[in-house]
Ligand binder design. Structure first.
Ligand SMILES: [Zn+2]
Length: 419
């Protein structure tokens, strides 16, 4: 029911706009063009980025949140204050431009890169290329945003957004007045394949020569995504999956409607989990933990990675039980669930907690509800999640508070043996 509310709201709005004269309402919003131009050269670590604003009225102030290690040489003909953490820009007149340089390469503390450029390709996140920006503008003034890449000959670009021209992407987000490009992006000599699976267009891309497994991955998604969509019907309409080899980080990382997995990672690993499905669940959920709740985010991703494989027949019941056995062993090394970052043993224990939550909800509701209903609600709410929120949603679904989510139980070491 709750998941249907946005639909109902749209209908009501449509009725309201008919009554009140829709076009007149719509005409109240004024637009200006925001064009991001990003210029890349083969193997050159700094990309040149320009933001051009064009329109009868422009925002009075833009504040870019920056990390001085990744951005340099901010320039504009309009007033500009460059600090270590913030850049304040005050556009003037009908056309204003701001430019800067972005360091593409970025190494994680664990060693591998999560952003990298070579002679032939570059892989990075749009929300790093373009720092997140707060805009001061009248409420009725909205951006019409475009991202354009200026690329070497023979290079092309793929993002979570469908192309609107050569190397050009219209960035749309009806929830924001100032829209910025986000999510993973791959440019260069690349191979791209896409397929429509129910309402989702899945796009798989990798640098040429590293793209041999694109077909396998697409077949794998074809097989599994329908099961995931049953739990998460509001999954993004277009999802981009990028992969590349060393020196990129040897793991998986999700972003808005997009994800990265290292090219060497198997579709299903020895312990019966799938790095690709794990990241797809992150995309579906769109949640992040508060300072102690990463276990909720990682536990659900891993739970639905294994569950989806089981539901699709990707792994048998016996192999599923082996996976749970494996998690049980690992979980004993996690004294508590509450930590800033959920690593292997903590996530393993979190999966077991969600398994118990699922069983408890099914038993309390006579099989009418399950953890799926909780996960679907979390995905609809998105944003930051805490144990209290999880407990509340689970209680709404089950009709009473769950024993399996009592804080005291989650803080104690696992009883030996079993739950
Ligand atoms: Zn994860």
């Amino acid at each position: 029911m709750i998941a249907k509310l946005p639909g109902l709201r749209t209908v009501l709005l449509a009725i309201a706009s008919l009554v009140m004269g829709g076009p007149a309402l719509a005409a109240k919003i004024a637009y200006y063009d925001a064009t991001y131009r990003a210029t890349f050269k083969p193997g050159v670590e700094h990309a040149q980025v320009e933001l051009e604003l064009n329109g009868a009225r422009l925002p009075s102030k833009l504040v870019l949140r920056v990390d001085s290690k990744r951005y340099r040489n901010f320039r504009s003909n309009q007033p500009l204050e460059v600090g270590d953490h913030e850049v304040v820009w005050r556009p003037q007149g009908k056309r204003s431009t701001l430019s800067y340089e972005f360091a593409v390469n970025h190494q994680r503390s664990s060693g591998g890169y999560d952003s990298y450029i070579t002679q032939d390709w570059a892989l990075f996140r749009g929300d790093k290329l373009i720092p997140s920006t707060r805009v001061t503008a009248p409420r009725d003034l909205h951006s019409r945003t475009t991202l354009q890449f200026q690329l070497p000959k023979g290079w092309s670009a793929v993002t979570r957004y469908a192309a609107s021209g050569e190397h050009s992407f219209r960035i749309e987000d009806s929830k924001r007045r100032f829209v910025q490009p986000v999510g993973w992006m791959l440019i260069g000599k690349i191979g791209v394949r896409s397929e429509r699976i129910h309402h989702v267009t899945a796009v798989i891309a990798a640098p040429e020569g590293e793209s041999a497994r694109r077909q396998d991955a697409l077949a794998f998604i074809n097989w599994n995504l329908p099961k995931l969509l049953e739990v998460f019907p509001d999954f993004p309409k277009r999802v981009l999956i990028v992969s590349a080899g060393n020196p990129m980080w040897r793991g998986g990382l999700s972003g808005p409607a997009s994800l990265y997995v290292h090219a060497d990672r198997p579709l299903i690993s020895e312990n019966r989990t799938s790095p690709l499905l794990h990241e797809l669940v992150h995309v579906a959920l769109g949640i992040r933990g508060d300072n102690e709740s990463d276990w909720i985010v990682e536990g659900l991703a891993e739970f639905y990675s294994i569950q989806t494989l089981r539901r699709s027949g990707g792994i048998s019941q016996k192999r599923y039980e082996q996976a749970i056995e494996h998690l049980n062993k690992s979980a004993r090394r996690a004294p508590t669930l509450f930590a800033k970052n959920s690593t292997g043993p903590t996530t393993a224990r979190a999966v077991l907690v969600f398994q118990q939550v699922d069983v408890e909800i099914r038993s309390l509701t006579g099989g009418a509800k399950s953890l799926d209903d909780v996960a679907r609600k979390l995905a609809a709410d998105r944003g930051e999640v805490s144990l209290i929120q999880l407990q509340e949603i689970a209680q709404q679904v089950a009709g009473k508070p769950l024993r399996s989510l009592q804080r005291e139980r989650l803080m104690k070491p696992l009883a030996e043996p079993g739950p």
